[in-house]
Design a protein around this ligand. Structure first.
Ligand SMILES: NC(=O)c1ccc[n+]([C@@H]2O[C@H](COP(=O)([O-])OP(=O)(O)OC[C@H]3O[C@@H](n4cnc5c(N)ncnc54)[C@H](OP(=O)(O)O)[C@@H]3O)[C@@H](O)[C@H]2O)c1
Length: 271
């Protein structure tokens, strides 16, 4: 069984760890000790070097702005490890350059992965093999619906399925359960069209939108959260969701919000 190391135990790192810990041995490290104070069923590493050395697959789950420093820190010990990055906008070539042609898989999960109802898009870098992409896919299959896409579609996936939960939570604040049930139908149609507008084929857009919408609602129910509370977990400062929310709050459409999130993902991109 592959040993999985996760660097960064925030919203997404913890979601992945919790989702796979029954099926894989998981070891984590976060520089903020309060994040890992209450872990159970997961091993805690002493530092990032320790984590890379003791894992077969290393998942990088820190913010895009923390990547440069992190890659510098682990570059001497990566060797034969498979690197999985979930960061918005960080390209596989950016990592390959800094980690000496490492085998990299880029993944865009979303928050509902925490309750195994995520929408997870994956693509592989130039040095990772097809079977390693499948290995990563098998891992993320535990966390929801997986979809293999081209890397040049990753920013668009970030805008649709990565930020989609935040857009939905924003729009259902203060609505009753019945109202939410009705709204979700039009939201899904609208998100599908938004995804088509930024380049996805209709079948792919439908999968992204339907899985994002149903997963986001399942997340609220299973985590016993209000839409306001859940929105805070997706809308990080300066991120793609926040950029889309600004548009929605100014009266823009969902499609315009998705386009704003895409632009932000492109701005954040590091290749
Ligand atoms: N949240 C989402 O819905 C979502 C969806 C798709 C993809 N993502 C991607 O997932 C990544 C993580 O997002 P997140 O929302 O989970 O962020 P987060 O909650 O801020 O978690 C990141 C954690 O990593 C820690 N960290 C930073 N540098 C580190 C280092 N060198 N070594 C160990 N730990 C370090 C941070 O500590 P400090 O707080 O002390 O810096 C923080 O606790 C991002 O790249 C984001 O683009 C997020």
């Amino acid at each position: 069984m592959q040993k999985i190391g996760i660097i960064g135990f925030g919203n997404m790192g913890s979601a992945i760890a919790e989702g796979i810990k029954k099926d894989y041995p998981v070891i984590v490290f976060d520089k903020d000790k309060s994040k890992t104070a209450k872990i159970s069923g997961i091993k805690l590493a002493q530092n990032n070097i320790d984590i890379v050395k003791s894992s077969d697959i290393v998942i990088l789950a820190v913010k895009p702005q923390d990547f440069e420093k992190l890659l510098e820190e682990i570059k001497g010990v990566v060797e034969d490890k498979l690197i999985v990055s979930i960061a918005a906008g960080i390209t596989t070539s950016y990592i390959e350059t800094r980690l000496d042609k490492a085998r990299v898989i880029r993944v865009m999960p979303n928050l509902p992965a925490k309750v195994r109802k995520g929408m997870i898009c994956l693509s592989r870098g130039s040095f990772a093999h097809e079977d390693e992409l499948n290995l990563a896919k098998a891992l993320f299959d535990y966390l929801g619906k997986t979809l293999l896409i081209e890397e040049n579609q990753m920013n668009a996936a970030t805008a649709v399925s990565g930020s989609g939960p935040g857009f939905l939570y924003d729009q259902i604040q203060g609505k009753t359960k019945e109202e939410i049930k009705d709204y979700i139908v039009s939201f899904t149609t609208s998100l599908t069209n938004s995804a088509i507008n930024i380049g996805f084929s209709k079948p792919v857009a439908e999968v992204l939108a339907q899985t994002t919408a149903s997963g986001s609602i399942a997340y609220l129910e299973q985590m016993h959260l209000s839409p306001e509370e859940a929105k805070k977990q997706v809308a990080s400062k300066g991120g793609t969701t926040e950029a889309g929310l600004e548009v929605l709050h100014k009266g823009g459409s969902l499609s315009e919000a998705v386009k704003a999130a895409l632009r932000r993902a492109q701005e954040l991109s590091k290749s």
